[in-house]
Design a protein around this ligand. Structure first.
Ligand code: DGJ
Length: 753
């Protein structure tokens, strides 16, 4: 994007332009340069059309009718406003006109009976009611933060909710003891808004709080940093930091948007998950901004560090009161700006503007607070990026304008068109459906996809992430899916410690791809009748147990598993025959440590002797699969079991996630250590003829001196080269065409143009 583009601001009202211009000249007013850009992470002073720095912090922008409205905190006089909640309007989002202090703060209690403005709004109230209003919105003790407005189509009223804080009798010095939400109403966005009430919001019944200390019994229902959201069905929600800013709540508002739909009292009447939802207890998130894109709810929040910036996070949900998923920090620093991505580029979220929600055009609004001079806090607006599968990104964009959206967020594809797990190459989809946006219209396209892994070459039952590549509108895209090599050789697949069941195990059953599978349950203690299971005792160390569950609720094969107690082993006993076997076992690391382990198995031979066969010790510190082959020829006919044992060979006790035993017709002496984290990268891809390309391998192992082979599509070896360093250069003498690059059992397609 080029530098600042400027034009003169003219009042866009046909016929009046010239007279306004002359009026401005005669009245001595300065003509302000009109803006047609945002300065993004730079965060320069943003003046209104009268040339005065905009005062609308912790705010929100929305379109009502033809106009954009920006509501926020007036910090002209510092921490406590002397004016009230400010309101600006704009036709184009760049140039803002100060409209009013939409909700005015009250300087003296007496003003409520003398100042016509307040008499008009509150004259009908009793003295006690006036006292309550005064307590909530006065200029001496009240804290008025993060105001947001919504328009109620049904009642035609505008409603403001804000963080209405200040001292209480118990804490007369505190600015944040009231921890409440305030609400006000008006017939027009510029006000005057009539303050209605200040109150705490939802809480759980005491007995549901357990040992959490965030709020004390009798002093619950906090509501601090807040925001509002109206869904497509016109149901409105308030989103607020509660429980001493430790937990985020979303509560449904009533039809008028003036109160909670189900009152906070009596406690327990409003139900968690039905009338409100309590998100991430203890996560300590503030500054919520909720928006909806492509049928999903997104919420970006900040941490809680006063006026200092911290790392953003965003959460996503399919259902506003359903399960929210933590998606991490969306910030990516792309340039040499002096603001760290891990500090949200020196900002704190306040709102996301749905500039054109259907077209994927959203603007992040952040405050760059200046705690030394709050009035000089800046506004940082950034275009929200989405990956084609809907992950949100905030990049350190500098100068930008709304035409930016013509270029970004123009492709999307729904990962739901992919199955949970694939088992055969032929099941991997050959084509992907994608949507391409041209201006504001989405069009559906179908494009071919190529997958980088041959499932039949993967160790049996090892759940692996593979990548499919495809091109949409000339832009390379990729998707990942989980695959597992499941076939009729599979005899046992035990998802260890999967107390709540196992997705992979269920899929194996449903697909019927392993008709010879012996175990029909994910895991169990050994039983004679079924002939398989673990033999150790499960429980606590104090009870003298051998092992205990790790993540028993997880249905993912690698996530659930066992850990052995001090000096103990993890043992499984399986009924077998004299056959050639392939044993694959999955490992995870749950405590961020490295473990030396060994797998051995024992059985009784046909002379009655105990035989022990052991595989070499290995080291694990991540998700990995061990893959062994062995042959049994002399197993005792009346005691045909092997006991497979995982033991430590270093100081850390062993762990394991899953076990699979398959038949094999080939015995190699090599133990293949397979890590699903490894990957073969070839770039650039496509590469032009005679241009070099590079091969890089990532993973746990040292790949130097291993050979990379390049085949043509008929399987003919064309060339080979040793991997020398982190990145290996290949002189490219290949004629144009498609090739297969192979290192060990990893394959990638290379296109030479
Ligand atoms: C963080 C909040 O997000 C702001 O709105 C404000 O309340 C400050 N804390 C005050 O320290």
């Amino acid at each position: 994007m080029s530098g600042k583009k400027k034009k003169k601001y003219t009042i866009r009202c046909a016929g009046l332009n010239i007279s306004f211009f002359i009026f401005f000249l005669l009245s001595g007013n300065i003509m302000v340069d009109a803006r047609n850009y945002f300065d993004g992470v730079i965060g320069g002073v943003w003046n209104d059309i009268d040339g005065k720095p905009i005062q609308v912090h912790g705010g929100q922008v929305q379109k009502i009718g033809d106009k954009w409205w920006w509501i926020g905190e007036d910090k002209e006089d510092g921490y406590r406003t002397q004016n009230g909640i400010s309101m600006y309007s704009s036709d184009d989002l760049y140039n803002w006109k100060f409209e009013s202090y939409a909700l005015r703060a009250i300087r003296n209690r007496a003003d409520m009976d003398t100042d016509p403005y307040f008499v008009n709004l509150y004259g009908h109230l009793t003295d006690l009611q006036k006292d309550e209003v005064y307590q909530a919105i006065n200029t001496t003790t009240s804290v008025i933060e993060r105001p947001k407005m919504i328009y109620n189509k049904k009642t035609g009223k505008y409603i403001i909710w804000f963080h209405a804080d200040g001292p209480t009798e118990e804490a007369p010095e505190s600015g944040y003891a009231a921890a409440a939400a305030g609400v006000a109403i008006s017939d027009s966005p510029e006000g005057p808004f009539t303050f209605l009430k200040r109150s705490r919001l939802h809480q759980l019944p005491d007995e549901e709080y357990g040992n959490e200390w965030y709020e004390q019994p009798g002093n619950r229902g906090f509501a601090r940093d807040m925001n509002l959201f109206i869904d497509e069905d016109e149901v409105a929600y308030i989103i607020y930091s509660s429980e001493e800013n430790r937990t985020m709540f979303i509560s449904r508002l009533n039809e008028e948007y003036t109160d909670l739909d189900v009152p906070q009292e009596p406690v327990g009447l409003a139900k968690n998950g039905v009338d409100f939802v309590r998100l991430y207890p203890g996560a300590q998130r503030e500054a919520p901004a909720l928006f909806k894109y492509d049928g999903r709810y997104y919420m970006i929040t900040s941490g809680a560090t006063g006026w200092e910036p911290n790392a953003a996070r965003y959460w996503v949900a399919e259902d506003i009161f359903g399960e929210w998923k933590d998606m991490g920090d969306p910030c990516i620093r792309e340039n040499g700006i002096p603001y760290a991505a891990s500090l949200t580029f020196g900002t704190q979220s306040t709102n996301v503007i749905p500039y054109d929600a259907a077209a994927g055009k959203f603007i992040y609004m952040g405050d760059r607070w200046n705690s030394m001079d709050l009035s000089d806090s800046r506004y940082v607006w950034l275009p929200v990026y989405f990956t084609p599968t809907g992950e949100m990104e905030l990049r350190s964009t500098e100068i930008w304008d709304l035409s930016f959206f013509d270029e970004i967020n123009t492709i999307k594809f729904n990962p739901d068109q992919l199955a949970g797990i694939y088992f055969r190459n032929e099941d991997l989809p050959e084509r992907m459906k994608a949507q391409v946006r041209n201006k504001d219209k989405w069009e559906e396209k179908e494009v071919p996809v190529s997958w980088d892994t041959d499932i039949t070459r993967l160790p049996p039952a090892s759940l692996t992430t593979v990548t499919g590549s495809f091109i949409v509108n000339g832009i390379s895209q990729s998707v990942t899916v989980k695959v597992a090599n499941i076939n009729e050789d599979l005899l046992y697949f035990i998802d260890s410690g999967a107390a709540e069941g196992s997705d992979l195990f269920d899929s194996i059953q449903v697909t019927g791809l392993a008709p010879n599978l012996i175990n029909r349950l994910p895991d169990q203690p050994f039983q004679e009748e079924s002939g398989w299971g673990y033999t150790g005792t499960v429980g606590t160390n104090e009870e003298g147990a051998d092992m205990d569950y790790k993540n028993p609720e997880s249905r993912d094969a690698f996530t659930s598993g066992w850990f052995a107690w001090y000096n103990k082993t993890i043992d499984y006993k399986l009924r077998v025959k004299n056959e050639m076997y392939r044993l694959t076992m999955g490992f995870q690391e749950w405590w961020n440590t490295g473990r030396y382990m060994r797998i051995f198995f024992s059985y009784k031979d046909n002379t009655g002797n105990e035989v022990i066969k052991e595989f070499p010790s290995f080291y694990n510190r991540t998700e990995s699969t061990q893959d062994y082959r062995f042959e049994l020829a002399d197993i005792h006919p009346d005691d045909s079991y092997i006991t497979i044992c995982v033991e430590k060979t270093g100081s850390a006790d062993p762990i394991m996630s899953w076990l699979a035993l398959s038949l094999t017709d080939e015995i190699t002496s090599v133990n293949n250590v397979f890590s699903s984290g490894r990957k073969l990268h070839v770039f650039p891809n496509p590469v032009s003829q005679n241009q070099p390309f590079y091969v890089k391998v990532t993973g746990e192992k040292d790949y130097r001196n291993m050979k990379v082979f390049i085949y043509d599509l008929s399987g003919q070896l064309i060339t080979q080269n040793l991997i020398s360093d982190a990145v290996t250069e290949f002189r490219n003498l290949l004629p144009g065409g498609t090739y297969i690059v192979n290192l060990e059992d990893m394959y990638t397609k290379l296109i030479v143009k």
